[in-house]
Design a protein. Sequence first.
Length: 362
Amino acid sequence: MLGLADAYYDSLAPELRSCLTEYYRVSDMHNYDELLRALGYFTHRYGKLDRIDSQNEYWLETEAKLRTDFNIFGIRLDQIGKIKSKMAMKQVFREAGFKPARGRVCRTERELKDFIAEVGYPVVAKPDIGVGAARTFKIGTETELKQYLAEKPPADYIVEEFISAQIVTFDGLADANGEVVFSSSLRYSRGVMEVVNEDSDIYYYIPREIEPVVVQAGIATLRAFNVKERFFHFEYFLTDAGDTVPLEVNMRPPGGLTLDMFNYAFDFDCYRAWAEMLTTGSAQKLGERSYSVIYVGRKDHIAYLLSHEQVLHDYGAPLVQHERISGVFAPAIGNYGYILRNPDLKPLLEAARSIQSRANNN
């Protein structure tokens, strides 16, 4: 097990250091020549590298370049486009028989107005290549259109028709044959885009049962994108009519503390399952989830009815984990997070609403 990063070795967690055979530090992870030299050194010392992975969407293209240059199994440069560009994803979805939301990369004001004339207000604009809901815009009026044009960062943005439906996910781990080792699904109290834009809070949960239509869509997506030996995080709209409309794919685990939520739902160790799958090509397949699990986020600037100490006191039994959240995730899921589990979902939803109740009742 070899480590490569720009962090100083002494700053790594002791648990991580104890797992590494060797660690190579570069001064800048964006300097590709340094990464080439690092992998060249590892290859010279240990022989051909079997796998390279970061579990982080930001580095997908860098990983693909390194896999291509060193002939390593996994996603390479000729495959990276369809899992980075949301517009390219739509084409794969259509070829697989899905009907994704209508969308277009609009580079000029005229293109944007023509698209809005075609689908009508509101529309959603987001980076064609990007992670999360940061700098995502919902445009419902001419005033908001002008604001978007004034504030839009200098990058390609895809503009999509707005679909009013629940967002659900199909998440899990695929083995070397593309078969599901375990699967899960997330449900959100509100849209992540709204939470980020309004600087509000969110809770989301893993139900014990997943609708068959969501499982069917997830398996079809795995096949369409040829997902193997990877965690995956697929997003869909689930309409009132029971249809799934694909939103996007992410070739990584869900963010935040969701991997921990997997562990609590199945009462297992997903990290060990990933390691077994990586080293042997397969892992024990899991079906039934023993618990419903909920994540409840709170933000520092919001005055809550219950103090942190009251939350710990009132929910001691179902509360299985709580911790401060890394700054990069905080705009979406809060500055502090609580994970609770119970065989039944109802008391978890009641706890989430109580934990997020405002002191001023707003």
